[in-house]
Design a protein around this ligand. Structure first.
Ligand code: DON
Length: 343
């Protein structure tokens, strides 16, 4: 009979044979775990409780294979990553033209919380900065604030395949301190860009930012977009296929705030970051990446998360405009592997 030592070495050799990509991710995680740059966000007091060493990486393919390493079960608040997906729901609720009449799709080159509107049309610049995200939240349909929130939570469940809760202390912390967001909302009300249910819409915006997710959820969100709007594990449709292109395009041009140009140049994956330390990145038709590491750079993007996505893009030629033969063929590396243990 095999003893524990035999079993362990058998298991690790099977993993090594069936899933070289898993070993690659382990190495990537080890490479950047010791990186101590950046700082945990503290402008919302509750966010400052995150541990700087938390670090998870998850990759989900459009075929539903899941690879993960590190703190992929640790919950944190989705923050601005929610903006891309709520934009998708607004598109479903009203169609592209109406949404575009309220929110433009132009990068700002400014910080995510800049108080700035298009001088000619008075629209917020795009749905990924706070002003645009508040205008987008205003568009979410529902007969009551509870119904609107339920629709947002149900949408996230379709993407990730599991139920989500709000982190109430974070929500209350944002509500108590979000004066800039309140100022933007009133500015947009002044220009007729949003309806006068200001408090309800701001609550919805603060609640969507306070939804709790883990790194695996973030990979599932982007894998669903990569798979044309269908969750590759549950096979449930999360968003109408006609709106996937619009969501992904705005992620590519505006998803990393005033670092979006640099990100597109170096990484080339439509992505969205949040001040909770998450990044979700889409490789259309192929896979979704979710990273979680709370220390942020000066522009509000996760330091380790950026490094991980840069390496994945370079090593596997995942930049959407890459035309060269990649160093490694992702299809060969992921063949046969799957870490879908706890589902
Ligand atoms: O509006 C805020 O301040 C936050 N709830 C969302 C900000 C965010 O995640 C910006 N991200 N990098």
């Amino acid at each position: 009979m095999a003893d524990l030592g035999d079993l362990q070495s058998l298991t690790s050799s099977i993993t090594a044979v069936t899933s070289p990509f898993r070993n690659y991710l382990n190495d990537l995680h080890a490479k950047y775990q010791s990186l101590n740059d950046g700082a945990v966000a503290d402008y919302i007091p509750e966010l400052a409780l995150a541990k700087p060493e938390w670090f998870g990486i998850c990759v989900v393919t459009a075929e539903g294979q899941v690879f993960e390493v590190g703190n992929c079960d640790q919950l944190f608040t989705i923050q601005s990553i929610s903006k891309a997906f709520v934009f998708g729901l607004a598109l479903e609720d009203h169609g592209r033209d109406y949404v575009n009449s309220k929110v433009s799709v132009e990068p700002t080159g400014e910080a995510f919380n800049a108080i700035v509107l298009d001088e000619v049309t008075n629209r917020p610049y795009n749905p990924m900065v706070n002003a645009g995200a508040i205008a987008t939240a205003d568009l979410i349909k529902g007969h009551s604030s509870t119904e609107r929130l339920k629709r947002v939570l149900a949408m996230f469940q379709r993407y990730t395949g599991r139920e989500h809760d709000i982190n109430v202390p974070v929500f209350l912390s944002e509500k108590a301190t979000g004066f800039r967001n309140r100022a933007m909302a009133y500015l947009m009300l002044n220009f007729g860009m949003i309806s006068d249910r200001i408090d309800e819409t701001l609550d919805l915006y603060f609640q969507q930012c306070s939804i709790m997710v883990n790194a695996r959820d973030l990979a599932m969100l982007s894998a669903t977009l990569a798979n044309g709007g269908v969750n590759p594990v549950t096979q449930e449709r999360a968003i109408d296929e006609h709106h996937v292109q619009d969501v992904i395009s705005v992620m590519l041009t505006c998803g990393m705030y005033d670092a979006s140009g640099e990100w597109c140049y170096r990484v080339g994956m439509p992505a969205k970051s949040g001040v909770g330390g998450g990044i979700t990145a889409v490789v259309p038709g192929q896979l979704g990446i979710g990273t979680f590491s709370p220390p942020l750079d000066a522009k509000g993007n996760s330091y380790r998360g950026i490094k991980v996505c840069e390496d994945l893009a370079k090593d596997f030629g995942l930049h959407v405009f890459n035309a060269a033969k990649p160093e490694r063929d992702i299809n060969e590396w992921i063949a046969g592997g799957n870490d879908l243990n706890d589902w």
